[in-house]
Design a protein around this ligand. Structure first.
Ligand code: NOJ
Length: 713
């Protein structure tokens, strides 16, 4: 049979198969369900009869906030066998699961991966997650999440790459490459990789008030220039699927928006994969009250371009009837089915429908993966302050390691760790004990504040681990105040009162207000939720085995009253904005992060000074490690389009490079700015490059002051 012949092209196989399918079989390919143990037999009968597009392995809607075990390989293979051997056409089922920042080996949360400003490290982490996921018989992950987030109250800020569209786009593309890998010469995926899903399309991070699932209102100008670029980059990187978001954007739920799904994503960006809804978001169109019932929900979403429905089954119940009634065209149905089938063929699912028992988790080089996770964790940590206390001296005698997170394990992993196969991480106290064998480590595992104070009083130096639990961020975990959880500031104040050298480590998934801690702490290290080896990585940084080089992928506000505060705000018409009671600048700006050494950036050259549209400008600087230790600096290049038809950001990141330099070493670093960097979505949503003057700044954060300029003529 032609569609089963891997020597035919994907296109030929799709057409051959499509031509054989009944209406019911086509509809079934547009459906994704969970197979519960209770309803299993009924669903298996259904698979025999019509086949099934996909099964999701999450049993519950808030999959990231509960620990779940994925279906075992035996079960995955048995259900697959029924689809392949007992359904009429033998179309395999896609199994999907949220593998957000690691499956067995957990990497730092995505926001922390973004802080490393190192797309190659994210690509590697995603490839490792893919290998572990594929080894468990799972084909598809609902990642990467690439929602731009300017509001740290929104708990899902942990899952994305922060506030910046350029950084977000680089990271999104890297994650897609890592998960999916390169296709072979014939256009098929290689074993050991998984299908990626760009989510949540789009503007989901703009939820009003930082309240998850809430309405978003974004002008078309901001949508195109700020929120869409990561998705465009993911499409260009070949992402196989995109997930439509839960929320309503500008008065239209994303899962029912033809403008977003078809006009922009499929027609304008040329996305050829398929769109899956978020969990029950088709059925939830009824809750949004844009349709009166499930039949209309199915019609609205499907017609808008949403190809596969997750969970709610409006398609199962109504799509065939809608096609028969002529309310949905056969062409549209065929288009959706073609997309799903093409993804399945390209993934090699027809050739490798079953979990490969020769590539099980235990056969993978897990030690190597753990080393990569530890390295990534340390690289993403951001040193926010250091008056010389760090790195801790190896001859430190009595070190207090205290605070609510000094003995904590689970929080190291962060939210979205779905599988209880994830190894239990170590604690900071144990990691420092191992790293400082000569020292006396004073702890207070009881968690009692009075015992912590007693330990600190006896110590020469205090390491205080503050932060927030993984359970306090992630999906549907939003906060109104970005202060540290109750009690931590008081603990800090009491410790600061002892006058001991005090290093604070913050484990968090979101920016927290450190306004009253930063001035008093001797050192402040942002460790995020750093993953399986997070405790060891923290010790690596505290002791200087790794010189920190991470940078903030999101501004750290002084308090929630400043939200939204982001570096790439538009130019205003009058005086600079101000508050009477607080500066308008964040406590720590986007791109900021210190090192145990110091860097000088100078010698800016911009060549040529005038270019034609379509030409390229080269911006070069010399970066020198002027300190005593080897280290890494993220050199950042910001651009301003001096006069533009629509108001534009005061500056925008358009290039970065993480450079490793030995003490005393210098290197020339260059950024190329071409049409892609110099253009923007202008009037009418058109991609334009407007001639005129441009300014550039290069430096070590978004306040970079080394300035140059050029003209587009
Ligand atoms: C809802 C979340 O919004 C989404 O990110 C996730 O992929 C799905 N649930 C499936 O678990």
């Amino acid at each position: 049979m032609k569609y089963k012949d891997p020597n035919c092209s994907v296109g030929e196989r799709v057409e051959d198969l499509l031509a054989r399918m009944t209406l019911e079989e086509k509809v079934a390919q547009c459906v994704q369900i969970y197979i519960p143990p209770e309803g299993r037999e009924e669903i298996l009968a259904r698979i025999r009869k019509t086949g099934l597009g996909s099964r999701i392995l999450s049993a519950v809607p808030l999959g990231g906030s509960v620990t779940q075990r994925t279906a075992g390989i035996a079960d995955l293979n048995e259900v697959q066998r029924i689809a392949v051997e007992e359904s009429r056409l033998g179309i395999p089922i896609l199994s999907g699961m949220d593998v957000i920042h690691g499956q067995h080996t957990v990497f730092p949360i995505p926001l922390a991966m973004a802080a490393a400003f190192d797309p190659a490290a994210l690509e590697q982490a995603s490839a490792i997650a893919a290998a572990e996921t594929a080894s468990m018989g799972i084909h598809w992950t609902f990642a990467p999440m690439m929602d731009i987030a300017r509001d740290p109250r929104w708990g899902r800020i942990i899952e994305g790459y922060g506030e910046d569209p350029y950084l977000g786009a680089q990271m999104a593309a890297a994650a897609v490459r890592g998960f999916q890998g390169e296709l072979d010469e014939k256009g098929y995926a290689r074993p050991g990789r998984v299908l990626a899903c760009a989510k949540h399309y789009v503007g989901y991070g703009a939820a009003e008030g930082g309240r998850d699932y809430n309405t978003g209102e974004i002008t078309d100008h901001t949508l195109r220039n700020i929120y869409l670029p990561p998705f465009k980059a993911a499409v260009q990187a070949g992402v196989g699927t995109v997930m439509s978001a839960f929320h309503d954007l500008n008065g239209e739920p994303a899962s029912g928006s033809r403008y977003l799904l078809t006009d922009i994503l499929k027609d304008e960006f040329g996305f050829e994969g398929f769109i899956v809804s978020d969990w029950a978001s088709v059925g939830e169109l009824v809750n949004h009250r844009v349709v009166a019932g499930e039949r209309d929900a199915a019609a609205l979403a499907f017609d808008a371009g949403l190809d596969m429905e997750m969970i709610s089954e409006c398609y199962t119940h109504h799509l065939a009837e809608l096609v028969q009634a002529g309310e949905i065209s056969t062409q549209r149905l065929d288009d959706a089915v073609r997309r799903v089938l093409a993804v399945k063929f390209r993934l090699g699912l027809f050739e490798r429908p079953y979990a490969d028992t020769d590539r099980q988790l235990e056969q993978l080089p897990l030690d190597e993966y753990r080393a990569a996770s530890r390295r990534a964790a340390a690289r993403g940590m951001v040193l926010l302050k250091n008056n010389g206390l760090l790195p801790l001296k190896p001859d430190a005698r009595r070190v207090a390691v205290i605070g609510p997170y000094a003995h904590e394990r689970r929080t190291m992993l962060g939210s979205w760790v779905n599988d209880i196969l994830a190894d239990e991480p170590g604690t900071l106290a144990d990691a420092l004990r191992a790293a400082l064998p000569e020292a006396q480590i004073l702890t207070a595992p009881s968690g009692l504040y009075d015992e912590m104070l007693m330990a600190a009083a006896e110590a020469d130096v205090v390491v205080l681990a503050l932060g927030e639990s993984h359970a306090r961020n992630g999906e549907y975990n939003c906060v109104a105040s970005i202060e540290l959880p109750a009690g931590q500031q008081a603990l800090f104040d009491a410790l600061a009162g002892l006058g001991k050298p005090l290093a604070v480590v913050v484990y968090t998934g979101r920016p927290v207000a450190l306004t009253r801690i930063a001035p008093q702490a001797d050192a402040l290290l942002l460790a995020w939720h750093p993953g399986s080896l997070g405790a060891e990585a923290t010790a690596d940084v505290l002791l200087g085995a790794v010189n920190p080089g991470g940078k903030l992928p999101v501004s750290f506000p002084r308090g929630e009253g400043q939200i939204p505060v982001h570096y790439n705000h538009n130019s205003t018409g009058r005086f600079n904005p101000r508050y009477h009671d607080m500066p308008v600048t964040p406590l720590f700006p986007f791109g900021f992060g210190l090192s145990y050494t110091r860097f000088a950036i100078d010698g800016l050259e911009v060549q040529p000074q005038a270019v034609q549209p379509g030409g390229r400008v080269r911006v070069s600087v010399t970066v020198t490690n002027i300190g005593e230790r080897d280290g890494e600096e993220v050199v950042q290049c910001y651009l301003q389009d001096c006069v533009s038809r629509l108001t534009r950001p005061v500056r925008e990141l358009k290039g970065f490079e993480r450079v490793a330099l030995q003490a005393g070493e210098s290197r020339r670093v260059s950024f190329e700015l071409g049409a892609e960097e110099l253009s923007y979505y202008g009037p009418g949503g058109r991609w334009v490059l407007e001639p005129g003057e441009f300014k550039v700044w290069v430096g070590s954060d978004s306040n970079a002051s080394l300035e140059g300029s050029f003209r587009v003529v």
